[in-house]
Design a protein around this ligand. Sequence first.
Ligand code: ACD
Length: 136
Amino acid sequence: MVDAILGKKYKLATSENFDEFMKALGVGLVTRKMGNAVSPVVDLTKSGDEYTLTSVSTFKNVVLKFKPGVEFDQETPDGRKVKSTITIDGATLHEIQKDPSGGKETTIDRTFSDDEVKMFMKVDDISATRIYKLQE
Ligand code: ACD
């Protein structure tokens, strides 16, 4: 149940294959360098039936306000405008990003636990894993 971790803050600890993932999305060198360099802090909060997933870093802050299963507009950190849907299954947020301009579809799973968030993302046949640890 994801409600148990609401308000906890997690900081990026490890990142695998994220550069290849960004390359597959067509992200340019300068943005990839920034993306690889920063260690964002994420947290999930809830108000009524709306969740807010916040990711803060020195490069970009991303605030996603969503209701489970309801599509919303999002601008990705590399500036693409996508349609996203996030569903919640237990402690896992499943996100699908669709690019209406004919670009690629991306999936991002975030599994929350008391001490970490495991993030698994995929585009084409390229996947990346990022692990966030509870910030003490
Ligand atoms: C994270 C990274 C989530 C990235 C997932 C999808 C976005 C697609 C491409 C990323 C492009 C650039 C990456 C730049 C910065 C990454 C971190 C910014 C987070 C505020 O949430 O771990």
